[in-house]
Design a protein around this ligand. Structure first.
Ligand SMILES: [Zn+2]
Length: 104
């Protein structure tokens, strides 16, 4: 790829980035909470759906945040936003390799 082409593609990607406000990193995990006693739903073999946002950090640390059912869609959207943003940033970094070493 030529330098001019790489710069133009890079700048186009950079301009495509929206305000990176609604983003979240992590994985949304589904859990079923089952009460041992005193709960009709669980006594009937049901259980209560629950979601947890699990975030891993460098060094193996992990944080978990419980997500209310009504927050689930928003969390999924914000996770998708983060994923998309990260892919765009990664592409920009790759194009900058060409910008640094256009001949290679
Ligand atoms: Zn229960």
């Amino acid at each position: 790829m030529k330098l001019k082409e790489a710069v133009s593609l890079r700048d186009k990607l950079a301009r495509s980035i929206d305000s990176p406000a609604e983003i979240l990193r992590g994985s949304l995990l589904h859990r079923t909470i089952r009460h041992k006693k005193g709960c009709q739903t669980c006594a009937r073999g049901g259980g209560h759906p629950a979601w947890v946002l699990s975030i891993n950090y460098a060094g193996g640390r992990n944080k978990q945040i419980s997500i209310r059912p009504e927050e689930k869609e928003q969390v999924e959207r914000w996770l998708a936003n983060y994923h998309e943003l990260r892919e765009t940033l990664e592409s920009i970094c790759e194009l900058n390799h060409v910008v640094l070493r256009p001949g290679d």
